[in-house]
Design a protein around this ligand. Structure first.
Ligand code: COA
Ligand code: AMP
Length: 639
């Protein structure tokens, strides 16, 4: 048990949680003392414009200063800030806090030279290299709002994000490295800019060794050339409520939602999370094996560890195949990692490749104290395997792009609560959770319903969707007035442990990545031979879920069905990206629907997974489900 940060008394989970509930203003102002402010906040929360709540409205600060400069000033200049290890390219080197300070200062000066001012947007479309983190922090230093786009998305997805946030500058690289191929980023970027209505003024391109990209005259500039002679900028003073970044995430349609993160609330919550949830102190090594394109990467590769004065590992590789299923153990040993955070799918991949964890024998992982898992449901088999092989607590925790830190966790720095397999444990301070029925009535223990969080949400949670206040209210705050609707369904047991069972919307989770089935359907429907379609998530041993398309062809379709399926798969990969993992389609005669025309996706998913299902009372024609079952069986499901 540790001493509560800021208030100096020993505490256990329940007392901390109750304290945040009883007087959230005092609780979060106390936590805010862990951050350097230019103007310390006197007020915790501004709810004058509810349901738009703003944290620390009169506070002024800079996130990059908190992640970098303050540690240099405190004597940590020589400590590693970024530990870069890229087994995929055979490269490894570190950046100290002093080096990171200089790099971000020059990056900010470079951006300003290209006309970027506080509040302007900058898209970062980069592989997992230290320059990507420098770019994020350099934007934060200047007060430019970054939007990182994951490298596995196709040009059309990048174009949507360019049009939505209208960046003045795009930062990219010539290529990324996947185990079996090189991903040429630059042609994707060029295509995206051709597709988008908005055109960025400048693209700064980091040329990697494997590919030298050709640059567009007058628009593109090479990374080092762009930096030449750039002034080193001091962090700009920003309002706590100013936006730090926009991160797009899948919703129910093809249009991604731009989740906005503020500066002050985000820094305070993330700084609080490091000692209290992850039991990690300044100077220790923290490794989130994710990608900076996802929220886990934003919060726990870049911001939280650095704000807390830890060293963060930036890993460019995969859990298997770079070169083998021992790479995680090698990284832990080589860099003295105390906490590893990844998605369960990474451990399922390792377990499948090396079931007895024989490769572990070659490494000393005694520095490791915790494994944290999130991003998807952590199946008990994987947790037990990891517990047995690693001999450390394995902690499942639940959160979303929208919140930026965990809604439920087992707070290792406050009190190690008993682990219950299948549960990400209990609500974190500031999250007042109810399980609601369809009418919005709170349900009792063990009753399944929609998981909702009472407003106001704690610091770091999204204040709105970029440029779409109405959509924010409609998507999250309308179904259950007074609550934020998480989109997850589940239940809470009598001890207050949450169990996350399913999404209530058309979002599926593939290898810890969130995908919209609606988005995939929009692309499939664009194929000229596809009359109707549905996409469902089917269970997969490795990735948790995989998308499966069901298509009905026009009666006059002249092509063989197999050809249409192959074209449709290619269409999805080229429009959405390889990250969709979309490889399976089955052709059917008609889709099962309710009498009002709603496609019965959930029923089809249950049939595919061969779990209990009941005939929907409102089904139009029950016979169709027999046809669907036969079709699914023909491709190995519904057995
Ligand atoms: N740039 C370009 N393409 C990318 C990419 C990137 N940054 N990341 C993934 N892709 C591609 C992959 O090459 C793959 O293409 P392919 O199907 O044509 O081979 C496709 O997108 C799907 O990627 P992924 O779902 O990651 O599957 P995988 O088979 O390459 O790897 C795992 C499977 C389990 C090893 C991998 O998902 C993993 O490491 N997961 C760790 C957890 C994680 O990162 N979670 C994120 C949130 S915490
Ligand atoms: P993302 O916003 O991409 O991080 O995805 C968030 C979604 O992933 C959540 O709404 C859940 O559906 C799922 N998720 C994340 N963490 C967990 C977890 N620990 N257990 C179950 N589902 C999770």
């Amino acid at each position: 048990m540790m001493t509560d940060h800021g208030s100096g008394y020993a505490c256990v989970y329940a007392s901390v949680y109750e304290k945040a509930l009883a007087d959230s203003g005092a609780f979060w102002l106390d936590a805010a003392a862990g951050i350097d402010w230019v103007t310390p906040p006197t007020t915790a929360l501004d709810s004058q414009n509810a349901p738009f709540h703003r944290w620390f409205p009169d506070g002024e600060m800079n996130t990059c200063h908190n992640a970098v400069d303050r540690h240099v000033a405190a004597g940590r200049g020589d400590q590693n800030a970024i530990i870069y290890d890229s087994p995929i390219t055979g490269t490894a080197y570190n950046l100290t806090f002093a080096e990171l300070q200089q790099a971000t200062a020059r990056f900010a000066g470079m951006l300003r030279r290209y006309g970027v001012r506080t509040g302007d947007r900058v898209i970062i479309y980069m592989p997992m290299i230290p320059e990507a983190v420098v770019a994020m922090l350099g934007c934060a230093r200047l007060g430019a709002v970054h939007s990182v786009v994951f490298g596995g998305f196709a040009a059309a997805e990048l174009a949507k994000r360019i049009d939505d946030c209208q960046p003045k500058v795009i930062i990219s690289a010539s290529c990324g490295h996947e185990p079996n191929r090189i991903v040429d980023y630059k042609p994707l970027l060029d295509e995206a800019i051709t597709l988008s209505q908005h055109k960025p003024g400048t693209c700064v391109i980091y040329q990697r060794e494997a590919v030298i990209a050709s640059l567009v005259d007058g628009r593109d500039v090479e990374w080092h050339a762009a930096h030449e002679g750039a002034e080193e900028l001091a962090p700009v003073t920003l309002k706590s409520t100013d936006p730090l970044y926009i991160l797009y995430t899948s919703g129910t349609t093809g249009q991604p939602k731009g989740v906005v993160r503020d500066n002050g609330g985000h820094a305070v919550a993330l700084n609080w999370s490091m000692p209290h949830i992850y039991d990690t102190q300044p100077g220790e090594v923290y490794w989130a094996a994710s990608d900076i394109g996802w929220v886990v990467g934003h919060s726990y590769i870049t911001y939280a560890p650095l704000i807390a004065g830890c060293s963060t590992v930036l890993f460019e590789g995969k859990p298997i195949g770079t070169p083998d299923a021992g790479v995680f153990w090698r990284i832990i040993q080589d860099h003295n990692v105390k906490v590893l955070f990844t998605a369960p799918t990474a451990f399922r991949a390792i377990k499948r490749a090396d079931p007895a964890a024989e490769l572990l024998q070659h490494y000393d992982i005694s520095s490791l104290e915790y494994l944290f898992l999130a991003g998807e449901r952590a199946d008990p088999d994987t947790i037990i395997w990891a517990q047995e092989k690693l001999g450390v607590p394995v902690i499942d925790h639940w959160w979303q792009t929208e919140t930026g830190w965990s809604i439920c966790a087992n707070p290792m720095g406050i009190e190690a609560l008993p682990v219950k397999l299948g549960s990400p444990s209990v609500a974190m301070p500031g999250y007042e959770i109810d399980i609601l029925d369809d009418a919005g009535k709170p349900l009792g223990p063990d009753e399944l319903g929609a998981i909702a969080v009472k407003l106001p949400l704690p610091p770091s949670c999204l204040p709105t969707i970029w440029g779409a206040d109405d959509a924010f209210v409609e998507k999250y705050l309308t179904n259950f007035p007074g609550y934020y609707e998480t989109g997850d369904a589940g239940y809470r047991d009598a001890d207050g442990y949450l169990y996350i069972m399913a999404r209530t919307d058309d979002v599926i989770n593939v290898a810890g990545h969130r995908l919209s089935t609606g988005q995939l359907e929009e692309v499939l429907a664009d194929h000229p031979d596809v009359a109707e379609c549905a996409v469902i998530g089917v269970a997969d041993d490795l990735k948790g879920q995989l998308p499966l398309g069901l298509i009905c062809l026009y009666p006059n379709c002249a092509k063989p069905a197999r050809e249409v399926c192959a074209e449709a798969v290619d269409l999805v990969k080229s429009r959405v990206g390889r990250v969709s993992a979309f490889n399976q389609i089955v052709v059917i005669d008609r889709l099962p629907k309710t009498r009002s025309g709603k496609v019965l996706r959930a029923t089809m998913a249950k049939i595919a997974d061969n779990v209990d299902w009941t005939m929907p009372a409102t089904i139009d024609d029950p016979v169709i489900l027999d046809e669907i079952t036969t079709a699914l069986q023909s491709i190995g499901y519904a057995k």
